[in-house]
Design a protein around this ligand. Structure first.
Ligand code: FAD
Ligand code: NAP
Length: 339
């Protein structure tokens, strides 16, 4: 285990905020993770587990121990009918893992290409993009229970997955440290293209029968054209969740704002495009000191260099207030705030 004191976390949060950790441990195996927890308990330190730091808002220096999970592992088991159970260590880079599965001919994760971060953090908020969520492909995960010290297995039905949500994020925040995730992937090709004009793009490109790898390439191209690269401009992806409201509230809003963008959700509910609401209020491209709203996607808040977590939260609050005043809708922040 690599342990340091008063360590900068700038490289461990995709906003690039300059905050430090009292102690920082980088763990590459389960044994090292256990040692880090012993160190934590012996010194009565609080604990924060970090993967790629791409869904975090760090507002000030972190007291206690920050553990960076770099547990690496890949394992494949062939099951029935062309299906494979593919396991990855929590510290594997998500996008590299997705590309690796596709290169091996294990299809299923292509729509989730180029999402930053680690495999272990992906179930935390049930990552999703282009009509696929991790819950659609996950079989089970293994997590270390900090209360009992035991490794527990959770099937996907036991994870309480919802829209950008799981039981690990909500009820048991901080209790379980995910150490590996197992996916059911397939040699068969069952592409999900009915989202966000994906099939139209495939048609325009003249690809008759696309492979999963081609879809992954396409999604990478689209994402690179729309989203800021955190290595260049600090950000945590979508800053707000898309609000889900009742059909009745949506109908009333559509009467007042006929261009309102909404999508079918659970029965009786509709999902609004938060980016559209923010854009309509003129926030896109708005700068406030060193932070701002990305000029190509109003849902993404950015740090142009010297901004802080406090600056981002203050901008977020101004946006929330303006959306609530105009539309009567509360925007919920998606990334986790620490401390
Ligand atoms: P971190 O930010 O390090 O951690 C997030 C949370 O998980 C924290 O609470 C942390 O304590 C906890 N955690 C981390 N690892 C573990 C572990 N092993 N065990 C227990 N808890 C853990 N998200 C989407 O859903 N869809 C997208 O399309 C998408 N696009 C994005 C695009 C950009 C440009 C960016 C910057 C972000 C995007 N995100 C997206 C958000 C983010 O990439 C995901 O939420 C990702 O899963 C976060 O992974 P991470 O390793 O960086 O997590
Ligand atoms: P987009 O395709 O421009 O769509 C805008 C919004 O409309 C998205 O938020 C999406 O909701 C919703 N949407 C579009 N088509 C839909 C459909 N057929 N059914 C239901 N909802 C639909 O969005 P984008 O910003 O370029 O992102 C593309 C995908 O990547 C989206 O799935 C988005 O969630 C994901 N993404 C997530 C993050 C993050 O940090 N969480 C960051 C970047 C991109 P959903 O968001 O619910 O899919």
């Amino acid at each position: 285990m690599q342990l340091s004191r008063n360590a900068s976390l700038k490289a461990y949060n995709s906003f690039g905020f300059e905050v430090s950790a009292e102690y920082l441990a980088i763990v590459t195996t389960l044994d090292e993770l256990m040692s880090a927890l012993v160190f934590c308990a012996e010194n009565k330190l609080s604990l924060l587990v970090v993967g790629g730091g791409s869904n975090l808002i760090l507002t000030q220096d972190i007291c206690g121990l920050v553990v960076v999970n770099r547990i690496a592992l890949k394992h494949v088991e062939s099951v029935s009918d062309g299906d494979f159970l593919v396991t990855a260590g929590a510290g594997e880079n998500w996008h590299e893992f997705v590309r690796w599965t596709l290169m091996q001919g294990y299809n299923g994760l292509e729509n989730l290409s180029l999402i930053p971060g680690t495999v272990g953090a992906a179930p935390m908020q049930n990552i999703g993009a282009y009509g696929v969520e991790i819950k659609d492909r996950m079989e089970y995960l293994d997590a270390l229970d900090q209360e009992s010290g035991e490794v527990c297995r959770f099937t996907k039905d036991e994870c309480g997955f919802g829209y950008r949500d799981s039981f690990f994020k909500r009820i048991h925040a901080g209790r379980y440290i995910i150490i590996s995730v197992t996916f059911r992937l397939s040699a068969k090709l069952e592409l999900v293209l009915d989202y966000s004009g994906l099939s139209a793009v495939v048609e325009r490109l003249g690809i008759e029968v696309p492979t999963a790898l081609q879809i992954s390439d396409l999604i990478c191209d689209i994402r690179r054209s729309k989203l800021p690269d955190p290595d260049v401009i600090g950000n945590a992806g979508s800053f707000f969740k898309n609000p889900v409201i009742s059909e009745q509230q949506c109908a009333e809003l559509t009467r007042r704002f006929p261009a309102l963008v909404s999508f079918a959700d659970q029965p009786g509910l509709r999902k609004l495009a938060a980016g559209w609401l923010i854009d309509q209020l003129g926030w896109k491209g708005h700068c406030e000191g060193a932070v701002g709203v990305y000029d190509k996607q109003a849902l993404v808040l950015v740090n142009y260099g010297e901004g802080s977590g406090v600056d981002i939260l203050s901008l977020a609050q101004a946006i929330q207030t303006s959306v609530a005043d105009r539309y009567g809708v509360l925007l919920e922040i998606e990334p986790r705030t620490y401390p």
